[in-house]
Write a protein that binds this ligand. Structure first.
Ligand code: GDP
Ligand code: MN
Length: 400
């Protein structure tokens, strides 16, 4: 039941705030702009285009699956190709591949590197210290959590005072403590400084290079790139906003992204719409308590206005698995009458025939309930409490 666990995992992410995760090739393009050496390459989405790219790049290339999940190498998503023929064949295999529930829609073709040594470098936030944390290890290429657990002294770490910033001497300290090979030291020192500058300039939450390689020609190069940007800062980076492509193959999740509503698909049949992540999570629990199975997590936001309700309902109603809708709104800043009117507008527009159970509580609740009882079609019922609404929804879903 991989879909279920990933749903729960994403739920955790959502409640922690939204982020923009970039594909490797996007991360590398940002690195290049900040002076970090990366192999040259091209992004393609057909085997034929992979061949053409390999011809242009020349020599041995690497065909790399572009999915936002690690361990692509182990999954067979990274292949060396000595000829354009081979590049085309590998691309044919890799495109469409399922790597840990992520479908490969594009591959990055890049000039192959001759690796002498694989290192690890990253910048992230340490929330408990309230500071950025720079990490460096001479044991790269593998899972860094594993290194941290089994061989913690191989991981050099440094908290950065944001006021003084990350200086050359910090980078030299890390390089020394991580035991980076002598010939690679100056290259690693400059990359760490560029990485930190990129991290702050782009309002990043994570920049990770694993592996950072030392090549046969003596260069230090970022062979992989994992970059996460703080969504709340995207207004400052219109160019990054454009990278915010849909990362999901699920039609409802895609639609929700386009409409800007927070939506996570689950595998039951009771569609859930609430305002506020906490209320939606409680609703999931109450539906489970009533013996039902939630179809989704949909948070229309704390200030749900009529068009937000319309957008949210459009997403819910397009899911064929949803048998009944449970709308659970607590009117704080959101006024219940406004939600009720939004609901009527949405129902009018969307022509929904499935049963809809509504629980409205809080500011202007009487007015909200009156509007629904008087004007809503017969498939809409109002219940006075969250529990009774959940019970009613579950009964309706079971066809009782
Ligand atoms: P990940 O498995 O998703 O982390 O993907 P990476 O981009 O980190 O690649 C995984 C591994 O593939 C690297 O650690 C390298 O050992 C290998 N690899 C990737 N690109 C090249 C390359 O150009 N040349 C060689 N020899 N190995 C490569
Ligand atoms: Mn990697």
């Amino acid at each position: 039941m991989a879909s279920r666990s990933s749903g729960v995992y994403r739920l955790v992410n959502i409640t922690q705030g939204r982020r923009l995760d970039l594909f490797e090739y996007q991360g590398k393009q940002l690195f290049a702009r900040h002076g970090i050496p990366v192999p040259s390459g091209e992004i393609v989405d057909t085997p034929e285009a992979a061949r053409a790219a390999a011809e242009r790049i020349g020599g041995t290339v690497v065909v790399k699956a572009q999915v936002q999940v690690g361990g692509r190498g182990k999954a067979g998503g990274i292949q060396l190709a000595k000829t354009p023929d081979e590049a085309e064949a590998h691309a044919r295999n890799i495109l469409g591949m399922d790597i840990k529930d992520h479908i490969v829609h594009s591959v990055w073709i890049e000039a192959a590197s001759e690796i002498v040594k694989e290192y690890y470098a990253s910048v992230t936030f340490d929330r408990s210290e309230k500071k950025p944390l720079v990490m460096l290890s001479a044991e790269g290429g593998m899972d860094i959590e594993e290194v941290a657990r089994t061989n913690p002294e191989a991981l050099a770490t440094l908290h950065v005072d944001p006021l003084t910033g990350f200086q050359a001497h910090h980078a030299r300290w890390l390089v020394f403590h991580a035991g980076i090979d002598e010939g690679a030291r100056s290259g690693v020192v400059s990359i760490l400084q560029q990485l930190y500058a990129a991290f702050t300039d782009l309002d990043s939450m994570l920049m990770e290079i694993n592996p950072l390689i030392w090549t046969a020609s003596g260069d230090v190069v970022a062979l992989d790139a994992k970059v996460t940007i703080d969504n709340n800062a995207l207004y400052r980076h219109p160019d990054l906003l454009a990278l915010q492509t849909s990362v999901t193959d699920d039609p409802q999740e895609r639609m929700a992204q386009e409409k800007g509503v927070t939506y996570v698909k689950l595998d039951g049949d009771v569609g859930i719409l609430g305002n506020g992540a906490g209320l939606v999570m409680s609703t999931l629990d109450v539906v489970a308590l009533a013996g039902g199975r939630p179809a989704n997590f949909l948070d229309a936001g704390g200030g749900s206005k009529a068009d937000e309700v319309v957008a949210a309902l459009e997403v819910l109603l397009s899911d064929p698995k949803v048998k009944v809708l449970l709308i659970n709104i607590f009117g704080g800043i959101t006024r219940c009458d406004e939600v009720a009117n939004g609901l009527l507008t949405a129902l009018d527009k969307l022509n929904a025939t499935l049963p809809i159970v509504v629980r409205l509580d809080g500011t202007n609740e009487d007015e909200g309930r009156r509007i629904i009882s008087e004007k809503a079609p017969a498939n809409v019922v109002v219940e006075p409490t969250m529990l009774s609404a959940a019970q009613r929804a579950v009964e309706l879903a079971k066809g009782v």
